[in-house]
Write a protein that binds this ligand. Structure first.
Ligand code: X2X
Length: 343
């Protein structure tokens, strides 16, 4: 062999050896699209940002996740987000259980009225047997679930009057999210629920097309809902929506095992931080966030246990109906986990 061709041969061999030692990363995308309903002004969006930052740092930039808030990858229709993740239109997401419940009926568990009385109850579900089963269900449904986050307890707000009893809700036009369970709950309470996306909700509140809505207080303050007529808030804690950090299956399989582990651990770390941010001002005994909201000229109503019970009673038939739809066994496991929680 001539020297020149030997050198070419050796160089080719070295290139081959190098390619074998470094796992093929040619199928890594320059950017992974992360879907979110709201941006970084909200605890939810901050969770996505923390996850993306941790992943970028810990993979030395191999995995670069870019935030797409406003569910812009599905034209603002949050009920289509899950399908888009499964199909690969979305690579990764931090999504609410509510928005994915049209496709994954078990996720309606968290929307059952008055199932979870306190934060310890949410943790008992997401960090326990129910969380495990839910992740298995999500995996079967075609995505890779990695960690839990939290949107929060959804409190009822409106432009008309303080709500202290189901009677106060009578005939009120309430914007609800895209699961039929919410239509059932508000119909049972005598209200007039109407389903619309978060993008459509804000102009509808501003124009007075709807009187009220339900969302966590962190959404209320970041979206400044007091400026669109929402002058009455009732803290009834009827449901809370967790968030789930997920990755599209094909994208997941395209990553090396080491990178998958980095992404998973980063989601767990980001989820923990995100939940702390979401609960800030509400988990403390004196709930300082409520003082801030009152200072905006908002009427904040706290229900007595007896007042709250009237809402529980009025929505009990909805709870019973949906227990069967969701799966009685799963709901029983949830009820047991909550009863056994550490407070
Ligand atoms: O649409 C809503 O109310 C929101 C932002 O909370 C969700 O995406 C579930």
């Amino acid at each position: 062999m001539k020297l020149k061709s030997f050198l070419q041969f050796a160089a080719a061999g070295a290139a081959l050896a190098f390619a074998a030692a470094v796992p093929a990363q040619t199928n890594y995308k320059p950017e992974y699209k992360m879907s979110l309903v709201v941006g970084t002004a909200f605890p939810w969006g901050k969770g996505g940002e923390i996850w993306a930052d941790l992943v970028r740092e810990r993979t030395q930039g191999r995995i670069n996740m870019k935030l797409y808030p406003g569910v812009s990858l599905v034209q603002g229709d949050q009920t289509r987000e899950f399908t888009a993740i499964r199909q690969g239109v979305i690579d990764v997401a931090v999504g609410s259980t509510i928005n994915w419940s049209p496709q994954v009926k078990e996720l309606n568990l968290f929307s059952m009225p008055f199932l979870m009385p306190d934060y310890a109850a949410i943790d008992a579900l997401t960090q326990g047997e129910v969380g495990k089963q839910m992740f298995a269900t999500l995996d079967k449904a075609g995505v890779v679930p990695l960690a839990w986050g939290e949107n929060g307890y959804r409190e009822i707000t409106n432009s008309k009057r303080p709500i202290k009893s189901p009677e106060d809700l009578k005939g009120m036009k309430i914007r609800v999210v895209g699961s039929p369970l919410f239509l059932d709950t508000f119909t049972a309470l005598g209200a007039n629920p109407t389903q619309m996306s978060w993008a459509d909700a804000q102009p509808a509140l501003a124009s007075g097309a709807v009187d009220g809505q339900e969302n966590p207080m962190s959404i209320f303050t970041a979206a400044k809902l007091h400026t669109v007529g929402q002058k009455n808030v009732t803290m009834w804690g009827y449901v809370a929506d967790p968030l789930v950090f997920v990755v599209n299956k094909e994208v997941w399989n395209s990553w090396t095992p080491a990178d998958r582990e980095i992404v998973r651990q980063a989601a767990v770390d980001a989820g923990k931080q995100q939940i702390a941010i979401a609960r800030k001002g509400l988990a403390e005994a004196d709930k300082p966030l409520l003082k801030e909201i009152s200072a905006l000229g908002v009427n904040v109503t706290q229900l007595s246990p007896a007042e709250r019970e009237a809402f529980v009673k009025a929505t009990r038939p909805v709870y019973d109906k949906w227990k069967n739809t969701i799966g009685a066994e799963l709901v029983n496991t949830a009820e047991k986990s909550i009863a056994a929680r550490k407070k």
